[in-house]
Each structure stands twice: as C-alpha cells, then as structure tokens.
Design a protein around this ligand. Structure first.
Ligand code: ADP
Ligand code: MG
Length: 484
C-alpha cells in the first residue's frame, strides 16, 4: 500500500486506550462496578479515600490484565507496583489516582492490525497497567444548569494499554483500535463499548518531513469516543500541525480536546510531565507478585483469538485474508458465518453472502448482526437453493430482499412468488427457437464470426423467462442452436 503523506509530511501516531475491565466490583473495594446505576449509589469510603480505609486488590482485574497481556504477546511481569498519581480534580475526591508507573503488570508486546487492502502491520505495545477510573462530572443539569459529580465510576478497574508510536495514518490508527477492541471482546475482559465510555482512546500525534529520522513534538488528543472520531481527529490534528510548521511556528507539546461537531481540536492544557504528578508507590498496597502457575493456568484456558481464528478460516475454508479478517472481527460474525457454512455449503459463496449481501443490508438498515432479520439457518437455506440450481444468483438477491423485509424462509418465498429456476430443456428450447426466428440478422452476424452477439441472445432469453432460466442450460442450448 502506498504511504499516507500530507504535503511532504509523514504522520506519527501512538495510542493510549483505556479499557474498563468486565468486573463485578471496583479495583480496590467490593462496591459494584456496574454501569448505569443512579448517580452516587455505588460508592464506599474506600473509593473516596476516607481516612483509615485500606484498599484491597481485586484479583479478577489482575487476571483480566494477565489475559490481555497474553493475548497481546506481551511480557507478564511477575512483580508490579501500584503508585499514587497525584492531581486535583473535582471528580477525584482522594486527590490521587491509584495507578502503576515504573513497574506495570504487563510490559512490551505486539499486535497485528488488518488494513483495508488485506495487508497486515505489526504495532508494538509499550505496556499495559491497571488503574482506577475517576468519577464523572456532569454539566448543565436542571433548571439552574448546574454541574454535578457522579462518583459511581470512581475506582472502577481500568487497563491502560499504551502503543509504540508505530502508526503512520488515520487508517492504521482506526485498524489498531478495531483490532484491540476485537481482542478485548474475544477474551471477554472489556465490552469495548466506546459510546458508553467503557473503552476510550487518547491519540498522540506528531508530524515530520518525509525522510526525517527524529520524531516531531507530539500533541495528545484526549477521550476520543468512537473509531471514526479517532481517525478524523488525527487527520485534522496532523493538518493543523503542518500548517503551524509551514507558517514558521513550532508545535508545543500539549493536551488537546476534539470537538466532533466542528471536527477541530483545541488546546486543553499544556502537557504535564510525570514529575508534575509526584508519583510514588502506594504505601497501602503490597507489590503484586504473580506465580508462574497462575500465568500458565490463564494461558491454558485462553479462548481462540481473532488472529488464530482468521488463520483457521483461511486454512479450513480457503478464504482470502480479507474475507477471513472481516468475518473474525467479532465472535458474533464468526459464529454466524460458521453456522451458514455448516453442512458443507460452499465457503466462498457463503462468505460473500455474509460479508457483502448481509452486512451491506444490515448497514443500510442501521441494524447489528444480533438483530438481523435473517437467521444463519435461512441464509444457509438460500445458499442451498443457489447451489442445487433451484434459483439463480440473481433471483437469490430478489429472494434475499424479501427475507430482509419479512423474515420468511427462502423456500416459502420461492414457492409463493414462483421464482424457481427453469432448467427444463424443453421449455428453454422453445423460447430460444422463438428468439432465433425473430432475430435472423443477429443470427447471421453470429455465424459470420461476431461472437459478441451471443450476449444479446442470452439477454433475450433471460428477459423472456424473467431471469428464471438456468444460465448454464441457456448457454449450452444457445451454442448448439446458433451453430445451426
Ligand atoms: P504520557 O503519560 O505522557 O501520556 P505515555 O508514555 O503514557 O505518556 O504515552 C505516550 C504515548 O505517545 C505513547 O502511545 C507513544 O507511542 C506516543 N508517542 C510518543 N512520542 C510520540 C511522537 N513523537 N509522536 C506521536 N506519538 C508519540
Ligand atoms: Mg499516558
């Protein structure tokens, strides 16, 4: 694929993804971590950091981090340390966030991302650490447009996954978030719901002249809440930085916010350095020591990962890398496909029907696969009707359109609408004879060696049979008859 550049500049991107861990309780207390409860009903003194409380580590969150580390081919550190990151914010009553700094639970790893042309690229993972989420400020509420703080989210376990600055285009960044989300969902550690904020992304962006060896100064765009916004924000930010540099300016390292309505980024604050946070090991928490047995146990119970499933789809069903990666983007789509392809249906034909026809239709309807009006059983039945010659591929699209509308079975639709393919040679022969009789000039042309007229005859037969004649039979009979 040709490199993505803007006016002689290359874009460099590193992403920080915050993923809320699917856990019943908070990282250091037994309070529920469920989403959507009445404000401030899920907080206890530990989450608020009241004097005298002691945090206790949630072991399920530690397991989730190990699982994710293994899925990202990363080092699992058998010793990690929780640290306090000090800052003041209205939704952080403790005045510090418990995070990991020098010794994170997961070290270097890597992930393969799938690009639109079927190519893959390896993106380095710098680290993954566990930390608590902060509360939430909610603004402009009620008659007085006041601001409120909801602390239900304070202390909810988060994994922060930091990438190397390995991405070079908005597309690669989008592919990275897509793949990471799919892995987190496959291993069931995060629901990946970006709209609800259970997965959030900060994008670090810099630009440099093509051929430069040093990175430019980066800006960090906070809290992007959809993959589309990640890509749009990066594109805008790269262009902004290039304009500044071309005008003779310099880029200040800063934190910026993205406004999706206006598609712009603006300054939020100048970037703090680590020393501004006065990180220090949390004196209330022991270092986390992991046994080899615990890690092995998790490794042995890992579910099939998207890359392995993609490879299996390529081997088992002889699918292209592209088809295999589209189908394995989620467990739901992989499972749907495997139900369609079951009973020895043609894998490539099945893949086309799922990825092109079905996904295309669902996209137009604004529905997701979970709410598909067409079940995998019915789609499989439709493919049977094509494969056994009952209907042509073209008629199948017509039947499929009715299936989408009515959820009827393809058999019933074909019966009701009389769409069965005509394979009866006698009937087709009759039609061909009529057409040949009416088009003597074209018959002569064909016999003179103008092969292109053949298409004209096929078209006429299909028209006369409302598209229901078996194309193969039509082709054979036409060839015979036209030969004279
Ligand atoms: P901070 O705590 O300042 O956010 P982190 O180490 O957590 O720092 O994250 C830094 C992120 O910025 C990483 O994802 C890294 O890949 C990325 N990054 C570092 N330098 C650059 C650069 N010059 N251009 C773009 N991204 C960068
Ligand atoms: Mg960071």
């Amino acid at each position: 694929m040709s490199a993505y550049t803007i006016d002689g500049y290359e874009v460099v991107i590193g992403l920080e993804v915050h993923a809320q861990v699917n856990c019943n309780s908070k990282l250091f207390s037994g309070t529920s971590a469920a989403f959507g409860a009445e404000p401030n009903t899920q907080v206890n003194p530990i989450d608020l950091g009241m004097p005298g409380v002691l945090p206790v580590l949630n072991e399920a969150a530690v397991d989730a981090a190990i699982k994710t580390g293994l899925a990202l081919n990363a080092e699992v550190n058998t010793l990690s340390v929780f640290a306090r990151k000090n800052y003041f914010y209205p939704d952080l009553p403790k005045g510090y966030q418990i995070s990991q700094f020098e010794l994170p639970i997961i070290g270097k790893g890597e992930m393969q991302v799938d690009l639109s042309d079927g190519a893959t690229k390896t993106i380095g993972i710098t680290r993954l650490h566990l930390e608590e989420d902060a509360g939430k400020s909610v603004h402009d509420i009620g008659d007085d447009n006041s601001s409120h703080v909801d602390l239900n989210r304070a202390g909810v376990p988060l994994m922060e996954i930091v990438s190397e600055p390995d991405m070079r285009s908005p597309e690669e960044a989008g592919a990275y978030v897509t793949k990471l989300r799919s892995i987190l969902r496959f291993i069931d550690v995060c629901d990946g719901n970006m709209e609800q904020g259970s997965m959030r992304c900060d994008a670090n962006v810099s630009v440099r002249k093509i051929g430069a060896t040093e990175f430019g100064t980066r800006c960090e765009i906070k809290n992007l809440n959809s993959i589309r916004n990640v890509m749009r924000a990066i594109e805008f930010e790269a262009k902004r930085q290039i304009d500044v540099i071309e005008d003779g300016g310099v880029i200040d390292q800063e934190t910026r916010l993205y406004n999706a309505d206006k598609n712009i980024t603006r300054t939020m604050r100048s970037k703090e350095d680590a020393h501004d946070y006065r990180y220090f090991p949390d004196p209330d928490l022991l270092p986390v020591r992991l046994t080899g047995e615990r890690i092995t146990n998790i490794r042995e119970n890992m579910p099939e990962l998207p890359d392995d499933m993609k490879q299996r789809f390529m081997d088992q069903y002889s699918l292209s890398a592209y088809d295999a990666s589209v189908l394995t983007q989620s467990k739901t789509s992989a499972l749907y496909y495997e139900r369609v392809v079951a009973e020895k249906r043609d894998p490539k034909l099945s893949a086309n029907w799922v990825t092109v026809e079905l996904f295309g239709a669902l996209n137009n309807l604004g529905k997701d696969l979970e709410h598909s009006p067409v079940t995998p059983q019915d789609l499989g039945e439709l493919i049977d009707l094509i494969q056994d010659g009952t209907i042509s591929g073209k008629i199948a699209k017509q039947v499929f359109a009715t299936m989408l509308e009515t959820s009827q079975s393809p058999h019933d639709i074909v019966e009701e609408q009389g769409l069965k393919q005509i394979s009866d040679t006698g009937a087709i022969e009759q039609v061909i004879d009529d057409i040949i009789a009416q088009n003597e000039d074209n018959v002569a042309k064909y016999r003179d060696g103008n092969e292109r007229v053949f298409g004209f005859f096929v078209g006429q037969v299909m028209k006369a049979t409302k598209g229901q004649a078996n194309p193969q039979v039509v082709n054979e009979l036409l060839k015979q008859k036209l030969a004279g």
